[in-house]
Design a protein around this ligand. Sequence first.
Ligand code: CP
Ligand code: NVA
Length: 306
Amino acid sequence: MKLSSNSLLTINELSKNEILQLIELGIKLKQNSKTDKHIDSMKNKTMVMIFQKPSTRTRISFELSMLQLGGNVVSLSHNDLQLALGESIEDTAKTLSIYSDIIVARVYEHKHLELLASNSNVPVINGLSNTFHPCQILADFMTIKEHKKNLQNIKIVWIGDCTNVCNSLIYGCSKLGINMSIATPKGYEPKSDVIKESQKYIEIEISENPLNVINNADVIMTDTFISIHNLNDQKERTQKFLPTYRVNNSLMKKANKDAIFLHCLPAKRGYEVTNSVLDGKQSVIWNEVENRLYMQKALLLSLFNL
Ligand code: CP
Ligand code: NVA
């Protein structure tokens, strides 16, 4: 498959069919990981990664994907680049697209990613912005498909801060036709234009009370309420979210018996979720981590039609 979009900045650039095909390819790559016939697919291709923020999973899974597909990787933090001393994003994009075949960037402002993409001749992938985290959600859909066997007729519930991960989940659900329920305090709702656009395709229930949305949940998801770009608001956010929006065993018991729990990680253990849920039987967090690798591979192969 060749993706119709040259870049991946939000999930909205993908069609339903493309998302489903990426999930299938990710699952296939995982099943055949020992006999991978794509071993040289990215030979002579180079990926440049730029990180304005720290990363464990995104960086390692992208680097390993590229290396395991036979390609090369250069990873740089913001401070390694002239960007840190004021070189423009436009000139950086033009330079990187001369040297590389694909750019992955983790940034603060989503508009900087758009600027990078509009000035680049090679595909740009969003490795997380303050607003979206599409690669995470693609891997999460793969995880949900593995555990629930289908992506139809499932109830997905998001509890807590409506982060970049949540915004991408909403776009993904709107593409796949999955209704969503969200419990979050007033003022911390998902991006309003994401909600408005997605409500054309799915129903989105938003409540301040997790108990109003948890019934019949098949999938419960959350994220830290202190995202990297919110590190200065720790005190205010902790007061706002705790204890109501901490996912604990008593909340999990109100969901379906076979419900699964997802968290993109890193988790702030004991804050948005208890250790007993994170490490409990319903948690699939380590599958999510593993699936990041296969979904990055699926993405790379599909961007280049390999
Ligand atoms: N989930 C995720 O993107 O993790 P990192 O911040 O470690 O990359
Ligand atoms: N919402 C979190 C996700 C980290 C993967 C953050 O932006 O820090």
